[in-house]
Design a protein around this ligand. Structure first.
Ligand code: UDP
Length: 484
């Protein structure tokens, strides 16, 4: 009789926190629910890896980490797109990745048989190496089924539309999805002459050969998109596993613990459902002018608020994507007297760089979330039933905002109204009041409550996402050794 060899999965997170956080959650579930060992192989894009290291160091014993050597970006121009930089950090790490994977494959007797490689949407470059060692490659898609569907359909859409998407007069209609204006499609496809557009086409070309997609969403949230991905004419012949919402459960303390403690203490003192939480994720930044409007708008709204404020950036809206931290004196960019006023009248609290978002969203005093619509933040709001003000900035956030407003009706969306392309203070005040106090806010809150219940069901013992993850885990555990 043979003793079954332990199953072992390698995971490769692309740079930044937005993909690492849900991958860590996936790893935790594989360990706890399926007794599968996980090793993270982490490319280093040369920025501070401190937050990543802190998070990875806090994980249980069955999860290990290998950090790859930093890649060199000295040859890149300053204005290189975020996606290109991420993609290059993956391709330039390939030789080191190959060495690490080889070690894992060869250590079968001690750490278990390597049954799968799981990467996020940026990880396609690793696939040839995986196949070389007979390890099937999977993608953990950390965004919506709709975005995945869009990528699959890209070659078709590319042929159909000669102009830029933003110049299309009519919304694009993806099967099973709400109509979406071209300007709301993900950033990387907004300029057909940029390399990044070709990169999305390259993804689309490689996706059909992926062993499977685990998608961090759930059927009830996006029934139409999942149907289009999984069956019928537009099915793509690749197994799709809706496993979400996988969101961080515990705290992920990657910053100053005292700040976190202060946030929660402040929330404890506020009335139930009264506080608007304001945060643009790990990467989101605003211009100085826009920051001023936001500060005055929040103050004018008369609502309580907790704002994770980051120093301004004029040129890009994702200035802290690779580093999280902003600057040393965190608040010197705020309007004069603002900090003193909100401190003395107690209406708001400012948090530098990073808040304990899960604890904030699950706190009874939190009544709404002004968010950049990053998909993790979105899922976390759903899990905790918090209605939203959608203020998308970059990546696929506008697509997410369309789902949240036009389809699910759980968010107010800010419009870039004024002549300077800014969201004005009056509007910000109006959204904040509307969400926390208004009738519309009540409706959005009720709708969010229904999604919260649906999310709890899909993750319960017999829920669809739990079963879906068990299905992949079962395939992994029973995998015959593939000879190459
Ligand atoms: N996050 C946090 N505190 C912060 C900002 C972000 O804990 O102050 C976490 C948040 O809970 C989420 C992730 O970082 O899990 C951000 O992911 P998301 O997809 O929302 O946005 P991204 O940062 O990738 O743009």
């Amino acid at each position: 009789e043979t003793v079954p060899v332990q199953a072992h999965v390698a995971m490769v997170p692309s740079p930044g926190m937005g993909h690492l956080i849900p991958l860590v959650e996936l790893a935790n579930r594989l360990v706890l629910q399926h007794n599968i060992r996980v090793t993270f192989i982490v490319p280093d894009d040369g920025s501070s890896m401190k937050p990543q290291k802190k998070l990875l160091e806090s994980l249980p014993e069955m999860i290990s980490t290998v950090f790859l050597p930093p890649v060199n970006f000295e040859d890149l121009p300053d204005n290189v797109k975020m996606e290109t930089r991420i993609e290059l950090s993956m391709t330039r790490s390939l030789p080191a990745f190959r060495d690490s994977l080889k070690v894992l494959v060869q250590s079968e007797l001690t750490t278990g048989r390597l049954v799968a490689l799981v990467v996020d949407l940026f990880g396609v470059a690793t696939f040839d190496v995986a196949r070389e060692f007979g390890v099937p490659p999977y993608i953990f898609f950390t965004s919506t089924a709709m975005e995945l569907l869009f990528i699959f359909l890209m070659p078709e859409l590319d042929e159909k539309f000669a102009c830029e998407y933003k110049d299309l007069p009519e919304p694009v209609k993806l099967p099973g999805c709400v109509p979406i204006y071209g300007s709301d499609l993900m950033d990387p496809v907004q300029d057909k002459n940029d390399n990044v557009y070709n990169w999305v086409l390259y993804l689309a070309k490689h996706y059909p050969s992926v062993a499977g997609f685990l998608v961090n969403s759930f059927i009830e949230l996006e029934p139409g998109a999942f149907k289009a991905l999984m069956e019928g004419e537009s099915g793509f012949g690749v197994p799709i596993y809706p496993v979400g919402p996988l969101v961080q459960t515990g705290s992920n303390i990657i910053d100053n613990i005292d700040d976190h403690f202060e946030c929660l203490k402040w929330l404890d003192q506020q009335p139930s459902g009264s506080v608007l939480f304001v945060s643009f994720g790990s990467g989101g930044t605003l211009s100085q002018e826009q920051l001023n409007e936001l500060a005055f708008g929040l103050e004018m709204s008369g609502q309580k608020f907790m704002w994770v404020a980051k120093s301004p950036h004029e040129r890009v809206s994702n200035a802290t994507y690779f580093g999280v931290q902003s600057i040393d004196d965190p608040f010197d960019f705020l309007p004069k007297g603002f900090l003193e006023r909100i401190k003395s009248n107690g209406v708001g609290l400012l948090v530098p760089s990073w808040a304990p978002q899960i604890q904030v969203l699950s706190h009874g005093s939190t009544g709404g979330f002004l968010t950049h619509c990053g998909w993790n933040s979105t899922l976390e709001s759903i899990v905790h039933g918090v209605p939203l003000i959608a203020w998308p900035l970059y990546a696929e956030q506008k697509m997410n905002a369309v789902i949240l407003t036009d389809d699910l009706n759980v968010a107010l969306r800010v419009d870039q109204v004024d002549e300077n392309g800014l969201v004005g203070r009056d509007d910000i005040a109006k959204y904040a009041r509307g969400l926390i106090k208004g009738e519309e806010g009540k409706l959005l809150r009720n709708n969010m409550k229904k999604l919260k219940d649906a999310a709890a069901i899909v993750l319960s013992q017999d829920g669809s996402s739990t079963k879906s993850l068990a299905e992949v885990a079962g395939i992994w555990k029973n995998q015959e050794k593939v000879e190459n």
